[in-house]
Design a protein around this ligand. Sequence first.
Ligand code: SAM
Length: 247
Amino acid sequence: MEEPKVHQNSYYDPGVNRAKRVRALFDQIARRYDVINDIQSGGMHRLWKRRLILEAPIIPGSSALDVCCGTGDLSFALAAKGAEVTGLDFSQAMLDQARSRGDARMADTERKKPLFIEGDAMALPFMDDSFDVVTMAYGLRNLSHWQNGLRELHRVTRPGGRILILDFGKPPNQLWRSIYYSYLRLVVPVLGWSLVGDAEAYRYILTSLQHFPAQRGIESEMLKMGCRGLHTHLFMGGVMSLNMGTA
Ligand SMILES: C[S@@+](CC[C@H](N)C(=O)[O-])C[C@H]1O[C@@H](n2cnc3c(N)ncnc32)[C@H](O)[C@@H]1O
């Protein structure tokens, strides 16, 4: 399907500086990131993440990697299910939020706290076949080369392990897609402006989505990499998507 007009954005640099700009964006919004997530999705992101966690085949002691962990929502949920979790991100400010949330969230539980480390999703500092479950929420669309990022997720997942990827999707229905794009173009930047003083940082969501093949592209790349048991779940007619596959 043809994309409507593709919007430009100062945080979207398709060249060699892409990662630098994306890191600057997340460093800038880290303190208010969770609040804005709740407001812009009307709290729905919690349900989408919960669905991912329900689909993750975790048993106590499973090893899980949460790539682009941000402030740690998925990492904490995986840990609460009994996994030994590593959360990885390249924004120190987002990791600071994750670590301080971890102190509060995991205080009253026997479960092991996630380990949060700084690293690049495009060059994961782990051996092949290291994890039973690998997750990524709202990360892939931000990488300078999303296919390489996907290959990295696959490489570190043990054969038979599960990969789960949640991100903004592209609704197959043209009318619904243009309503949704209008929301991202007109409403979300106002939230960014009012809560972090940076409309451009939130306008970036639409630009990055328009340069990303979303659920169908992820699915066909996973198939090419040899993943089995592929399943794509669409939320709200494709506004969000959850791609899953077995390595
Ligand atoms: C939209 S946030 C998602 C955070 C979290 N997963 C969530 O769902 O709330 C995207 C995260 O990806 C991180 N990120 C983007 N590119 C990355 C890269 N190349 N390596 C590591 N982290 C990256 C950003 O720093 C940011 O924390």
